[in-house]
Ligand binder design. Structure first.
Ligand code: C2E
Ligand code: MG
Ligand code: MG
Ligand code: MG
Length: 282
């Protein structure tokens, strides 16, 4: 199937298709060699402060290519990596890479990294992060870890302990894709997130009065709990104006910037002789 569909990477593996287990196994095998063969990389998407127009941070997003160069989307390979445990090595690789290619060079002030619940549940994860920080000379307050609320993710005491260890390192903890799962509210009750990222589906719905009211209610809930608010998936000028009207702290989305390789942020510094923090939106 993967070969028949050529470069259409979305056909590589359909988890709902029982015949696709071969593809899943191929992907599992690919993930084992991905780091060694240089098949995995990170791209970074800017996060902008609405009031000042400054870039506050970038989010690291993982990319995987097959041996023929075809890209596999994270929605396909992350679940396989979580199932096989490959996420542990990939996750450590991602944190180390963020530290060496962006933070050590002082190109960007803050980088957020997506972290899987599997990583948080694994004994020694916080210690391995501390080791990476020590070896790369980066301080923890330059990192934020994004955690996605998910159905699968019951509140594990190991996870809470790990999160408090990460906070002791100075790492900020953000809640990703808020509003997409059932667990979000319990998470808000148990963890003091620095920032809550509101899932982009709420922004897409807010063209209707009902959808707009819903987004306002969610914003009020998050704000009253004392968290900063980031809205994901801002694509248009109209949506950006709405974010100003709502007093949203930070935004992310194609309207602000698409994910780009580290070089583009390094180049920014070379040209402007300063870190990637200041740029007024057009
Ligand atoms: P996420 O963390 O919620 O990341 C945001 C996703 O939305 C990214 O997709 C990004 O490219 C996309 N996006 C950003 N702005 C817009 C926009 O304006 N419109 C639309 N339509 N999309 C936008 P991507 O890179 O395909 O990542 C998908 C998911 O895969 C991520 O969702 C995250 O949950 C997961 N992921 C990516 N990298 C990693 C990683 O290193 N570790 C783990 N555990 N998960 C990762
Ligand atoms: Mg994220
Ligand atoms: Mg996510
Ligand atoms: Mg998200």
């Amino acid at each position: 199937l993967a070969k028949a569909s050529g470069r259409n990477c979305a056909r590589l593996f359909d988890p709902t298709d029982p015949q696709s287990s071969d593809e899943s196994e191929n992907l599992a095998a690919l993930l084992k060699i991905a780091i060694g063969q240089d098949l995995v990389s990170l791209v970074y998407q800017p996060i902008q402060n609405v009031a000042s127009g400054r870039f506050e941070a970038v989010e690291a997003l993982m990319r995987l290519k097959m041996l023929d160069g075809t890209l596999v989307p994270p929605s396909l390979f992350i679940p396989v990596a979580e199932r096989t445990g490959a996420i542990l090595e990939l996750g450590r690789w991602a944190i180390r890479t963020v530290c060496t290619e962006l933070l050590a060079g002082d190109h960007v002030r803050l980088v957020s990294v997506n972290v899987s619940p599997i990583q948080l549940k694994t004994p020694g994860f916080a210690a391995s992060v501390a080791t990476i920080l020590g070896e790369t000379g980066v301080t923890g307050n330059r990192l934020a870890f994004e955690i996605t609320e998910g159905l699968e993710m019951e509140m594990h005491s190991d996870i809470l302990r790990c999160i408090s260890d990460l906070k002791l390192l100075g790492i900020k903890i953000w809640l990703d894709d808020f509003g997409t799962g059932f667990a979000g509210l319990s998470w808000l009750r148990l963890i003091d997130f620095d920032t809550v990222k509101i899932d982009r589906s709420f922004l897409h719905d807010c063209a209707t009065p009902n959808g707009k009211a819903m987004l306002q209610d969610i914003i009020a809930l998050v704000r009253n709990r004392g968290h900063k608010i980031l809205v994901e998936g801002v694509e248009t000028d109209e949506q950006m104006a709405l974010m100003r009207e709502f007093g949203i702290d930070n935004v992310q989305g194609f309207r602000v910037g698409r994910p780009a390789p580290a070089e583009s942020f390094q180049a920014h510094r070379a040209i402007h002789k300063r870190p990637f923090t200041v740029r007024k939106s057009a």
